[in-house]
Design a protein around this ligand. Structure first.
Ligand code: DX5
Ligand code: ZN
Length: 224
């Protein structure tokens, strides 16, 4: 099943509740929340208070993408604020197995993220633990960047490995997903599609989300 995860990074933060609801009406079924610390990535965004406020305006799962160093120190606060899914970067997490279990112990789905330069092989030992794998298709830190096509093979590899090993994780893609790239990521095996600029960057988020999800669903049907 294909799901659209609008990323609030490109939303108008002064009208966040309204914008999230509009994207949900357009078919967004997971709300992607980008957490940046100014160290792991060269940008700063938001913390648990904003997650707590979002929790009040939507029942959709809140997908917290932690682009931060020392994620263990903040996972409990995000879980308490209302996060449903929490993902950490392989590159930022020294004891990945421990961190993924920490996320699960807080009753959240646990995800692991890899940057464009990080191979799928680095996840071999944790694929049985994770609920989802997020493949970055841009270098994290900013919205509205250009999609990096060389990341597509990693989505294909993750789909193949899941089949061979009989695992259940889902495959998420983040960065540069829009009407021009959505068919490629869906054909490569991505099932949860994060989109910030394509949903909130211009015009009506409701209409943008609807069109993007429609294009994704059509590509998924062609794939079968
Ligand atoms: C980038 C973030 C993304 C970002 C994607 O570091 O992780 O979630 O919002 O933005 P777009 O869809 O604009 O490339
Ligand atoms: Zn993200």
């Amino acid at each position: 099943m294909i799901e659209l995860a609008p990323s609030i990074l490109s939303a108008d933060f002064a009208r966040l509740g309204e914008q999230v609801c509009a994207a949900a009406e357009g078919g967004g079924s997971v709300i992607h929340v980008d957490i940046m610390d100014g160290h792991f990535v060269p940008n700063l965004t938001i913390g648990p208070p904003v997650v707590r406020s979002l929790r009040k305006v939507t029942d959709l799962p809140l997908d917290c993408h932690l682009m931060i160093e020392h994620p263990d120190e903040f996972i409990p606060a995000f879980a308490e604020a209302g996060a449903d899914w929490i993902s950490v970067h392989q590159e930022a997490t020294r004891h990945l197995d421990r961190t993924l279990h920490l996320i699960k112990s807080r009753d959240c789905l646990a995800g692991v993220v890899i940057n464009p330069a990080t191979p799928v092989d680095t996840l071999t030992e944790v694929l049985e633990i994770v609920d989802y794998v997020l493949v970055m298709s841009v270098n994290p830190g900013f919205g509205a960047q250009k999609f990096i096509p060389s990341t597509l093979h990693k989505m294909r590899a993750l789909a193949d490995i899941r089949g061979h090993r009989g695992l259940n994780y889902r495959i998420e893609v983040d960065g540069g997903v829009g009407l021009d790239t959505v068919a490629d990521v869906v054909r490569a095996g991505a099932e949860i599609l994060v989109a910030g600029n394509a949903v909130f960057g211009h015009g009506d988020p409701r209409k943008n989300a609807h069109e993007l999800l429609k294009a994704a669903t059509e590509a998924a049907m062609q794939k079968v």
